[in-house]
Write a protein that binds this ligand. Structure first.
Ligand code: F1P
Length: 341
């Protein structure tokens, strides 16, 4: 995270510098919509990025799996800024989506880890996330850095559009706190290891989160699936009552993302619904949750940056669950470093 922030924040003016972006202020002001494309973890980071761009730059934004986008003959709109996200920069579905967009005359930026990779070469500009090599096949630190890069990008776009000047300082101070707060979370690893051992007997797990918490739930469930092979499903907390509550029973624990923001009471109500059906709950929150059986407490940052911190203990949870089950974490079955088909 230090690396993705390095040199990009100006002390005096709290301005964000994104040198390789290749998007001049006139072009940035003309953007009417942002569409983010990526696969797996990169798609989930893009979902958080889209929310940040809406919140901090007030530009309508959404994310879609690149693998779906490339097959559905999408409308390519000249006023939309397309952003491709990829750790490896080589994932074929993401590359194919970028090539299709470029063929149709779209402007495409990349939020990429590997410098000089195929998608980085194909894109018109973008941001490198400097997460270093992902030693394991699954993307972890790159997820974190990608979301931080989106925070910088959202601020940059907001500034160019003369917005979020006050928010800018607040968010920049929040970004600066991240490395220390991440170190704090890493100190709770022994506690998370114990929790992983406690929950490793689950056949299936439900992950829930609302708005900012939903992409975190998606990513945490993907991490668990990828490395531990436990079935895990993510749902927006607001959708619980539209079906998934039927699944709640003691054999299927729920991991709930419960940040201290303006949705706290709504999220607590969801915990009550689960408890009323004898569901076991592991909460990731900023304070102890009374309805949860266990709570992992993470440090509070600015609301918009909470997803960055809340994902990390759940990466650790997936890792220690996989270890407890004797899985080969560095070589998860059926997963390739950069998916080529
Ligand atoms: C995309 C991705 C990863 C996943 C696995 C397979 O990779 O879906 O998110 O963990 O490695 O590929 P990338 O485009 O971000 O390199």
């Amino acid at each position: 995270v230090d690396r993705v922030l390095a040199g990009r924040i100006d002390d005096r003016f709290a301005t964000v510098h994104l040198g390789g972006l290749n998007l001049d202020p006139r072009e940035a002001r003309a953007v009417r919509r942002v569409k983010i494309l990526g696969c797996g973890t990169s798609y989930h980071a893009g979902l958080i990025g889209a929310q940040m761009i809406e919140e901090l730059a007030r530009i309508p934004a959404d994310a879609e799996p690149a693998s779906e986008f490339r097959y559905r003959n999408p409308v390519v709109d000249p006023d939309t800024l397309y952003i491709a996200v990829s750790q490896s920069g080589e994932t074929y579905d993401a590359l194919a989506a970028v090539q299709e967009l470029k063929r149709k005359g779209a402007r495409v930026l990349g939020v990429i880890n590997v410098v000089g990779s195929a998608i980085a070469r194909e894109a018109d500009g973008g941001v490198y996330v400097h997460a270093g090599p992902e030693v394991c096949v699954v993307s972890t630190k790159c997820f974190t850095n990608t979301v931080v890069a989106f925070g910088l990008l959202a601020l940059h776009l907001g500034r160019i559009r003369d917005l979020s000047v006050k928010d800018g300082k607040r968010i920049i101070e929040g970004l600066r706190k991240l490395p220390g707060q991440i170190a704090e979370i890493m100190e709770s690893e022994p506690e998370i290891k114990k929790l992983a051992q406690e929950y490793a007997d689950a056949q299936s797990m439900l992950f829930i989160g609302r708005v900012r918490g939903y992409p975190v739930a998606l990513e945490a469930s993907l991490k668990l699936k990828e490395v531990s092979y436990i079935h895990a499903e993510a749902y927006p907390a607001s959708e619980l009552k539209h079906g998934p509550l039927a699944l709640i029973e003691p054999a299927m624990p729920t991991v709930a993302i419960v940040p201290d923001d303006d949705l706290l009471e709504k999220n607590r109500a969801a915990l009550e619904e689960i408890k009323a059906r004898s569901g076991r709950i592991l909460a990731v929150a900023h304070q102890e949750q009374e309805k949860a059986d266990r709570t992992i407490i993470v440090p509070k940052n600015e609301d918009e940056l909470d997803p960055i911190l809340m994902g990390i203990p759940l990466q650790l949870l997936a890792y220690h669950t996989a270890l407890a089950l004797g899985r080969d974490i560095d070589k998860p079955r059926n997963l390739a470093k950069s998916v080529t088909v």
